[in-house]
Design a protein around this ligand. Structure first.
Ligand code: SF4
Ligand code: SF4
Ligand code: FES
Length: 242
């Protein structure tokens, strides 16, 4: 079923159940975000995707990634008020990642070049540029289904990483979390026959294909084979492994 409404005065349609952010983007409207991926369930962590929504004559400012489309609503994705809210959100985020190029660029687009807030102290690990958006753990759980990461602690002690302060045994070193991370603070390298997910301290030996070339972690292939009920050497022999 399709839902009809307006975005910035333009009549739009979207499948029932979809969210305002994805719909706005699909119609070419630019809405910033730091914790959203179409591949996973919206979480509403960064609050950067704020828009104004008028429903039944009442207007409110709300996050668009987790707002389901509704018949007849009017959405505004940019206004002086929205820009003011986003600038405040970006100032808070900039405090957490003051040297990160992506965050600095985004903040500058909203006139924010310095933050009045100070960085929260790292509770137990290397917080560095982590803005606690949760994308890494959600991608790991919902897409990879490895469940290797989780939020820990509360308030200014909050951090994200393996459940225990040791190499996460569930991690298959697929790199999906590093790919999703908006501040690029996870680190993903291949060297010395190992694939390393730096931030989580995970190092796995790589498998060779039939031509002797390294191509994927042995543990990742083992897990994939097990999940799909394939022979243990299936990926080693597969043409796609070359
Ligand atoms: S690299 Fe490890 S922690 Fe990151 S998404 Fe893959 S399994 Fe999860
Ligand atoms: S490590 Fe990256 S993806 Fe994970 S919460 Fe921090 S900023 Fe987000
Ligand atoms: S993208 Fe909506 S809150 Fe982060």
């Amino acid at each position: 079923m399709s839902v009809a409404f307006t975005i910035n005065g333009v009549a739009v349609e979207a499948p029932a159940g979809s969210n305002v952010l994805d719909t706005a983007r699909s119609y070419g409207f630019d809405v910033p975000s730091l914790c959203h991926s179409e591949a996973i369930i919206p979480y509403g962590a960064c609050r950067l995707c704020l828009v104004e929504i008028t429903k039944g004559g009442r207007k409110k400012t709300t996050t668009s990634c987790n707002y389901e489309v509704l018949e007849g609503i009017d959405v505004v994705t940019d206004s002086p008020e929205i820009r003011k809210h986003r600038a405040m959100v970006l100032e808070l985020i900039l405090a957490e990642a003051p040297d990160n190029a992506h965050i600095k660029k985004l903040a500058a687009e909203y006139g924010v070049r310095k933050s009045r807030f100070s960085r929260q102290e790292d509770a137990e690990q290397h917080r560095d540029d982590c803005i606690l958006c949760g994308l890494c753990s959600r991608v790991c759980a919902e897409v990879v289904e490895a469940n290797a990461l989780a939020f820990k602690g509360r308030g200014d002690k909050r951090s994200i990483g393996p459940a225990f302060l040791e190499e996460p045994k569930e991690c298959i070193a697929c790199g999906a979390c590093a790919w999703a991370c908006p501040t690029n603070c996870i680190g993903f390298v291949e060297e010395d026959g190992l694939r390393k997910v730096v931030r989580w301290g995970r190092e796995l030996p790589l498998e060779k294909d039939a031509d002797g070339r390294l191509f994927a972690p042995k543990f990742q292939l083992f897990q994939f084979s097990k999940r799909a009920e394939l022979p243990p050497d299936f990926y080693k022999k597969a043409p796609g492994a070359r």
